[in-house]
Design a protein around this ligand. Structure first.
Ligand code: PAF
Length: 282
């Protein structure tokens, strides 16, 4: 497994793979890898000849009061995980290597990014789209794998690929949970034992909501969301949002909605957790 820091070296190597007819899969990450990331690498491994994992805590997707400085990092652990799951290349640039000091071009998605996480993190998806577009240009992937845990991010990346004609297939990987239901996240390490126990309310409430919506359809959604908010607040969570959206456009669901994204962002202490369920409607 190669470890590359230089953008030009990575792009040259990717080009040489393409010229010899090899397919490339990209797994973009911010490191501090866990079993959820490992599942993305496993999917990538099945989909292409060459698997590139990028590890980069992207500063442009963090707001001024967010956790950029304390975001967990452990390169040695990440290196071992990537090797164990058959990655061929880790791309681990420095912030200076990723962005020119006078960089002045960004990618802005103007609809899907205005709701859910985009409301409280207004610059987040601009940073995500811009860095992912750069990673696509550096790694020239046939396939890129993103987790369904970041469901809004996945929809926005699909939209970017569609609207800007990136020749990349976006593959969605199912959200991975601990046995107790907590969605895996690098940010779980910020949680105290007590907060971790309280945070189990999120998956519990989402699973119950899923059952109720599957049984009773779209009419059940408002009541289900109110019940979730009460349950989460009673467990000590501070709600950023709990919302249902149509996966086609992230607008509010209507009678024509075929699939709902039931998504939430909730603080336990200072840690903001996200989780979701994607629910088909008949
Ligand atoms: O999902 C993430 O870890 C990040 O948002 C991504 C896609 C690697 C871009 O920095």
């Amino acid at each position: 497994m190669k470890i590359i820091q230089e953008a030009a070296e990575l792009q040259k190597l990717a080009l040489s793979y393409k010229r010899t007819g090899k397919t490339i899969a990209l797994v973009p990450t911010m490191g501090y890898l866990h079993a959820g990331h490992a599942s993305l690498i496993d999917i990538a491994r099945q989909r292409a000849d060459v698997v590139i994992v990028s590890i980069f805590v992207n500063p442009t997707q963090f707001g001024p009061n967010e956790d950029l400085d304390k975001y967990p990092r452990d390169f040695e652990h990440d290196r071992e995980l990537c090797a164990a799951h058959g990655a061929d290349i880790i791309y681990a640039p420095t912030p200076g290597g990723m962005y020119a000091a006078d960089a002045s071009v960004e990618i802005v998605e103007n609809h899907l990014s205005k709701v859910l996480c985009g409301k409280t993190r207004p610059i987040h998806f601009k940073g995500v789209c811009t860095v992912v577009a750069k990673l696509f240009n550096l790694t020239l992937p046939d396939v890129a794998v993103f987790g369904e845990k970041d469901a809004q991010q996945l929809l926005i990346i699909r939209r970017m690929v569609r609207d800007l004609n990136f020749p990349v297939e976006i593959v969605a990987a199912p959200l991975v949970r601990q046995e107790d239901g907590l969605a895996l996240s690098s940010r779980n390490r910020y949680l105290s034992c007590d907060e971790k126990a309280r945070a189990l309310v999120l998956s519990r409430a989402l699973f119950a909501a899923r059952k109720a919506i599957e049984a009773n359809g779209i009419e059940a959604v408002d009541g289900v969301i109110e019940a979730m908010k009460v349950e989460i607040t009673n467990a000590g969570g501070r709600i950023d949002y709990v919302e249902a959206r149509d996966t086609a456009n992230l607008d509010a669901p209507t009678a024509a909605t075929k699939e709902i994204l039931l998504a939430l962002a909730v603080y336990f202490g200072t840690t903001r957790l996200i989780d979701n369920q994607i629910i088909g409607l008949n």
